[in-house]
Design a protein around this ligand. Structure first.
Ligand code: NPQ
Ligand code: MG
Length: 383
């Protein structure tokens, strides 16, 4: 009986009647600096899909500049406008897999695809009255989280900043590093807070040669060293991992399930950061989670300074059982004074955030905030 219901739902149609794009620019509460640059506003594209009386939302996490990734809000707009939306508008899209097969001929542009896939999950959940957590196979009601701390003006200033987040209740700290601002900064933080869960993220700022500087981090009891080398450099990560006992975690390098498998096979990392945007959607993110779980590799949910929409999706994803390390999913106030969701996410005293349990993503849009942050809007109508 259960199987019959499942297959009926899987084949139920979901006609894509209208897609609306909103290019948003969100002011941050404070500038955020990484090895690739400093921002004080965050761009994204909100995708709204109307289908049979329901509305689903998804967030494309590409930023204005190609710093973290080669995708930008501009490339995503182009690919959505010219290729992805024409591939689905007016069509019956059954589920995430059906969507992925319809866009399989569009090479790359993972973040653009992931934003649409998220909106489809939101619609499917609203139609079937299931939360995204339940659809993905999540188990927990609350997920462990940490905070990502940007590069500060000085190392003492960084210690102060970290102290502030510990005060707020964050149980895991990640600090951004770059050449010249790595070992000294990290050592000072470790000295000030000997017992905290601490990790670093270089966002690809080193080469195998310059990474010799980072060998000194091995004595600082870090949870992991995230993405020291280039995105397209799995091999040198494996050479570096052989030289350090601290686990290397790959972020930018893991662009697909295949990359994940090959990274594990060549021992390029011992931990994997999963971001649905980077890998082309929540379905790929779950597949990478499943592979890592089978291989005994811990994973955690990365963050892209998401609005409440993407944050809700991250919480659902991070509730899967293999997400055993705290995610980069902070409270809304870490990044935004005003968000575009009615819901604001707050930190529980045990450094967790509660996973939404309403249908789909479980969030509703604050239309006034959406209008306020919207730079450009376009509607694609098939009715
Ligand atoms: C990371 N995120 O883990 C990313 C990097 C990052 C929370 O550290 C705009 C768009 C700004 C994407 C800043 C965190 C960004 C961004 C940082 C991604 O590597
Ligand atoms: Mg990272």
């Amino acid at each position: 009986m259960g199987d019959t219901t499942q297959s009926r739902k899987a084949l139920e149609s979901m006609k894509i009647e209208r897609v609306s794009l909103y290019h948003l620019r969100m002011p941050l509460v404070a500038p955020f600096e990484t090895s690739f640059g400093r921002i004080d506003t965050r761009d994204c594209i909100l995708i709204e899909i109307d289908s049979q009386g329901l509305v689903g939302y998804g967030e494309c996490v590409a930023d204005r500049d190609p710093g973290y990734s080669s995708e930008t809000s501009g490339t995503a707009w182009h690919i959505l406008h010219d290729f992805i939306i024409p591939a689905i508008l007016g069509e019956d899209v059954h589920n995430a897999d059906d969507f992925q097969s319809r866009v399989a001929g569009i090479r790359g542009h993972a973040m653009a695809k992931a934003g649409v896939e998220m909106a489809l999950w939101d619609l499917l959940g609203k139609r079937d009255e299931l939360s995204l957590r339940d659809m993905l196979g999540g188990r927990q009601n609350r997920v462990a989280v940490g905070v990502s701390v940007g590069i500060q003006a000085s190392a003492p200033r960084l210690v102060e900043e970290v102290g502030g987040y510990l005060q707020q209740g964050y149980g895991r700290i990640k600090i951004k590093i770059k050449p010249g601002r790595d070992v000294t900064d990290t050592r000072l933080v470790r000295g000030a807070f000997p017992n905290i869960l601490l990790q670093v993220d270089a966002n690809s700022a080193y080469t195998l040669e310059t990474a010799t500087e980072l060998l000194a981090l091995d004595d600082l009891d870090l949870l992991l060293i995230e993405q020291p080398l280039a995105e397209d450099d799995l091999w040198d990560h494996s050479r570096l991992q052989a030289r350090v006992k601290t686990p290397i975690c790959l972020d930018e390098s893991i662009l697909s399930l295949r990359h994940a498998r090959q990274a594990l096979e060549m021992r390029a990392c011992r931990v994997v950061n999963i971001k649905a945007g980077r890998v082309g959607g929540l379905s790929q993110a779950v597949a990478i989670h499943d592979l890592c779980a089978a291989e005994g590799i811990p994973v955690w949910c990365g963050g892209m300074l998401e609005t409440g929409v993407g944050r809700a999706a991250n919480l659902a994803l991070a509730s899967l059982p293999g997400f055993t390390l705290p995610g980069d999913i902070s409270a809304s106030e870490r990044y935004y004074l005003q968000d575009i969701t009615q819901e604001r996410f707050t930190l529980n005293p045990d450094s967790t955030i509660t996973v939404p349990d309403k249908p789909g993503l479980g969030v509703s849009i604050d239309r006034a905030a959406l209008e306020r942050f919207c730079l450009q809007r376009q509607v694609f109508d098939n009715r």
